[in-house]
Write a protein that binds this ligand. Structure first.
Ligand code: CP3
Length: 351
């Protein structure tokens, strides 16, 4: 669906158009906090689950069957497209690379992704989900942002400060630029391919961007993101969502990025994020996932605080400020979803 009136509530909110209620989905909504996910994972490992379209589609739909979410997000991982780019990735449960990229030669050897050849199973899963999803639910396709993928590629796995990756950026600036550029072009193509397969919105996850200062962001990352979003914008009508996790200090530098929605983590109020971004566009977020561990009344009050912060925005998609914790009680998620739907019609600018 597109910008016309049969667009989903999610797409309309993304574009800052009037909506009957604030749409909600939850980052990592298909995952280990759901007993039905854990049950299925007893029979199949994570990588296999992401590579078999029928299984990926089934997992994508699990939270949609249990909750009244406005959007599904494809069950996959930001590391999924790296294998056809020549980089092997294992999961334990976070990503681990047996051979991290540690030299200029290795950085230049990473190949550009051809989505139809490299990850046909992802596009197949999107088609399968879209054919089963209710028309009023949106499907979000996604990719990892260039810097976040760069961090995993160089570091070889998770890290508290990604010092190997951040130092490589300074030791090998030209090879780093070449790798970031390959990643940017690949992920732009990947998002376009997902939109063409039937995704209604595309989201770029930049989980580690908050580790860069504004100066390095502007020098190394802003040009790559600008080009990537330009490619996506030129090739599809899908709303574009960008999630600069812990990126508060960078938001002012991100004003010029051509995205429809910026997803905000919970460390700054939405009104403050809006002011830093220059206003006029939609935001997504930003409940602290830890609020789901409080008593139901406190959870509802915390959701109300997010909705109050969002009252003056051009558009708002309710979500968590980061992924849901695997120890979360699914009943709390149901309470949150229902509460946001009940409370939000009074929101300002949403007739
Ligand atoms: O429901 C959804 O949100 C869709 C699926 C999804 C997964 N990963 C599934 C997954 C999405 C959108 C992602 C994105 C992702 N993956 C990011 C960006 C978002 C963020 O959290 O910052 C990152 C950094 C990754 C890399 C990654 N993959 C990590 C750090 C982990 C370990 C997570 C954990 O909870 O321990 C993974 C594995 C992973 N990806 C799981 C799931 C459901 C757990 C796998 C399992 O079943 O064991």
């Amino acid at each position: 669906m597109n910008g016309s009136d049969n667009a989903t509530v999610f797409e309309r909110a993304a574009r800052g158009r009037p909506v009957p209620h604030t749409p909600i989905w939850i980052m990592r909504q298909a995952g280990r906090y759901l007993p039905e996910y854990r049950q299925l994972r007893r029979t199949v490992d994570f990588l296999t689950a992401t590579r078999i379209p029928e299984i990926a589609a089934r997992i994508t739909l699990q939270p949609m069957q249990r909750f009244d979410m406005d959007a599904a997000i494809l069950f996959s991982d930001i590391m999924t497209p790296l294998d056809p780019m020549g980089v092997e990735v294992e999961f334990a449960p976070g990503p681990v690379l047996p051979e991290p990229v540690r030299t200029s030669e290795a950085a230049r050897a990473v190949r550009e992704l051809v989505p139809e050849e490299g990850v046909p199973f992802v596009l197949e899963a999107i088609r399968a989900v879209r054919s089963e999803l209710r028309p009023e639910s949106a499907l979000i396709g996604f990719a990892g942002a260039p810097f976040t993928l760069f961090c995993y590629l160089i570091e070889g796995g998770g890290s508290k400060d990604f010092m190997t990756a951040r130092s490589f950026l300074r030791r090998e600036p030209e090879a780093s630029r070449a790798l970031l550029d390959t990643l940017g072009r690949s992920m732009a193509r990947y998002l376009v391919a997902q939109a063409e397969a039937g995704a209604n919105a595309v989201m770029l996850f930049d989980s580690w961007i908050g580790m860069l200062g504004p100066d390095s962001y502007r020098r190394f990352i802003h040009p790559v993101l600008t080009r990537a979003f330009k490619t996506v914008r030129g090739a599809t009508d899908c709303p574009i969502i960008y999630f600069p996790n812990r990126g508060g200090p960078l938001l002012r530098s991100m004003r010029g990025l051509d995205v429809d929605v910026t997803a905000i983590d919970w460390t700054l109020p939405l009104s403050r994020a809006d002011a830093l971004l220059g206003g006029g566009r939609s935001l997504q977020g930003n409940l602290d996932p830890a609020e789901l561990f409080g008593p139901p009344d406190a959870l509802r009050a915390a959701a109300d605080a997010v909705l109050a912060e969002a009252a003056g925005l051009a558009g708002h998609i309710f979500s968590l400020g980061h992924g849901i914790d695997r120890r979360t009680d699914p009943d709390q998620v149901a309470r949150l979803v229902d509460h946001v739907h009940e409370r939000s019609p009074a929101g300002a600018g949403q007739t």
